[in-house]
Design a protein around this ligand. Structure first.
Ligand code: SF4
Length: 310
């Protein structure tokens, strides 16, 4: 039995078969880059490194058909989730969101809509509109939170607070949309205590998914400067594995783990390179949990975990 609740298991539980997420670039911008909040972005950001289509935008329809063709041929996948990933995918008016999202209706293979965004880029109208897809699709919004610590959020130039996230989260749950939270482990000034406090706070929320991201340095980011000036320390594989396991032990077992470690393009990644060996990182995490004989949620203190422990 797996010691943590994978997103694949969650999807199989709903659809009875493998479901593949297709990463899309819908051409949205970000208020932290376009000057609305700031022009410099988060200190670790170089958005070119993330998405497959960034830099040479193709029409969404083309992005989707190419990916479906690829995964159906390679892995025999029949069902897909359209994952609007690049930049802030609710940073537009409702009519513009509709123009972009509606493309999924052209593909009967698409069973889900997943939207990645910032917590300060949603409001009641947008969430009400997005919740309309609940009728035909599995709908998720993934919020980039990174940490619940406001001092660190300011330090990494997120230009939003934990309270902004809480507001967006409550509104999103009000419209019965699944919430995924994106957290970064190893941020500057994030001590072990701070990260465990993140785990404790997150474990008390009614979220459906959690995505881990390891702090890494991308060429062209502000973090590159800090790293070269030796002002930032990066985690070793061993440290990361221990930390993810400590985190998992404190998160309710019902929260699906969307990802255990991030990867980045070799063209942009400066350090640490070990993170791109995803298979090894996941294996090490599994080994560590096995060694501890522990499972996701074993040390979870939230009310939702009571009476659910092994
Ligand atoms: S919110 Fe995302 S896209 Fe915007 S600056 Fe931060 S990391 Fe980059």
């Amino acid at each position: 039995m797996e010691r943590f609740y994978t997103f694949n298991r969650y999807l199989r539980g709903i659809f009875g078969e493998r479901v593949q997420r297709i990463s899309l670039d819908a051409g949205f911008d970000c208020p932290n880059l376009d000057g609305t909040l700031d022009e410099n972005g988060c200190i670790y950001c170089n958005n070119k490194a993330f998405a497959r289509y960034c830099g040479y935008k193709k029409p969404l329809e083309e992005q989707i058909s190419e990916s479906i063709k690829f995964y159906s041929k390679k892995l025999g996948v029949k069902k897909y989730i359209a994952y609007f990933q690049s930049f802030s995918n609710t940073y537009a008016e409702v009519y513009q969101l509709r123009q972009r999202y509606e493309v999924i209706r052209k593909f009967p293979q698409i069973v889900g809509l997943s939207i990645s965004t910032r917590p300060d880029c949603v409001d009641e109208d947008k969430l009400k509109f997005i919740s309309g897809y609940n009728k035909d699709y599995l709908v998720w919004i993934e919020y980039g939170l990174q940490t619940t610590n406001n001092y660190i959020l300011e330090k990494i130039n997120r230009c939003h607070t934990y309270e902004d996230f809480l507001k967006a989260y409550l509104l999103t749950r009000k419209y019965k949309i699944n919430v995924g939270v994106h957290l970064i482990l190893g941020l500057p000034s994030a001590t072990y205590k701070v990260m465990m406090e993140d785990a404790r706070r997150i474990s008390e929320l009614d979220i459906q998914g959690l995505k881990f991201h390891l702090l890494h340095v991308l060429v062209g980011s502000k973090l590159e400067e800090l790293y070269k000036q030796k002002e930032v320390e990066l985690m070793s594989l061993k440290e990361y594995v221990r930390l993810v396991c400590d985190f998992l032990e404190r998160i309710p077992p019902k929260v699906a783990i969307l990802r255990l470690v991030s990867t980045a393009s070799r063209d942009y990644l400066l350090a640490p390179f070990w993170m791109n060996d995803k298979v090894k990182v996941i294996e090490e995490i599994k080994k560590e949990l096995h060694k501890r004989n522990s499972y996701q949620g074993d040390f979870c203190e939230s009310i939702s975990c009571e009476n659910k422990k092994r």
